[in-house]
Write a protein that binds this ligand. Sequence first.
Ligand SMILES: Nc1ncnc2c1ncn2[C@@H]1O[C@H](COP(=O)(O)OP(=O)(O)OP(=O)(O)O)[C@@H](O)[C@H]1O
Length: 254
Amino acid sequence: MKEAKVVLSVQNISKTYEMSGNRVAALKTVSFDLYQGEMLAIMGTSGSGKSTLLNILGALDKPNDGVISLNGTVSDNMFTEPHATIYRGDNIGFVFQSYHLLKDLSVEDNIALPLILKGEEEEEISNKVKGMMDIVGLSDWKNHRPVQLSGGQQQRVAIARAIITSPPIVLADEPTGNLDYNTSTDILGVLVNMKEKFAQSIIIVTHDPYVSTYADRVLFFHDGEIVDTYTCKKDASDMDNILRIFKQILDGAI
Ligand SMILES: Nc1ncnc2c1ncn2[C@@H]1O[C@H](COP(=O)(O)OP(=O)(O)OP(=O)(O)O)[C@@H](O)[C@H]1O
């Protein structure tokens, strides 16, 4: 991982919310690099700033301070429209816990949507969607509506839709949060497969230590700060190490 290219560099990001006169420091000078082809898990206690971070990285929310550079370049306009929408469209694929599929569209059309919005040619769209449905194993379900699919199949559609435009970064917020163990394993396999095939970088927010064992690195958040980092060894010790660190944070030992 050391020689890999830095795709996203997050430097001293801070975010404070003000509600009814109360100030909440959701992120306090958070810094880290995301490498090309890396799966980075974000774990942490409730309210530690994980969703806030994901929203900022996806230009859905604006930090009060700090800098984000993409491939070594800082965009001053990243958080203002229309630049934020362009940044998202060119660079980010989103995967959510609750899939966020359009219920009236078929599997095929849900996956095609980002390409249609980008104004790609019909034939190009059709070829890309067909290829993607093969990769995620949904070709036989192409005319189904989301409601006719299992949770795991719906998340496969959501992943296919997130990466159909080949974004360099995928932001996944609890992507297996609604799925059972076997289906979670299946979906994590799809994400790892995608990252290996297309050298994408994935940030995955999770409460589940098992999910984090699929990552290359885990950042542990507490009270708006990164309090520990763990590089996965990709062996049976990962689960124990991740659980131990998380428990120490919950116990207040870190
Ligand atoms: N829009 C908002 N307005 C005010 N406060 C907010 C807002 N969004 C988040 N916060 C506060 O910022 C802090 C961080 O919230 P955030 O949702 O990022 O945490 P989280 O780690 O994702 O939590 P969880 O694991 O419970 O989803 C919390 O104290 C939360 O109450």
